[in-house]
Write a protein that binds this ligand. Structure first.
Ligand SMILES: [Zn+2]
Length: 106
């Protein structure tokens, strides 16, 4: 796994704002803007069910499932949420460790 901290290509700041944009029938999109020089840094599309918002809980996840157009049982959605939550927390910890190791090398 390779980790990368996004930086502004103009001023090299990593003080960035993520703006989440939603439109019915389209993939959610994130726009990234530099908070130091206002430069447009990047935009990317989120895959269906690709978004996990930690701390937002099951209701928020459920809305995401509905938006994606997926139909599944309540039990299956709950299971998917638990799996997503633990997987996201676990991989976030891994990413932080890799970042720490990388920063120590520099
Ligand atoms: Zn900048």
């Amino acid at each position: 796994m390779v980790v990368h901290v996004q930086k502004c290509q103009k001023c090299l700041s990593n003080n960035l704002k993520n703006i989440l944009s939603r439109k019915a029938g389209q993939a959610d999109r994130v726009y990234v803007q530099c908070q130091d020089c206002n430069e447009f840094v990047a935009s990317y599309k989120i895959a269906p069910l690709g978004y996990y918002h930690h701390g937002k809980g099951f209701e928020s996840f459920l809305r995401g499932v509905h938006r994606s157009g997926e139909f599944m049982s309540g039990r299956r959605v709950k299971h998917l949420f638990e799996k997503r939550k633990s997987g996201a927390i676990e991989s976030f910890q891994k990413v932080l460790k890799l970042l720490e190791a990388r920063d120590e090398e520099e």
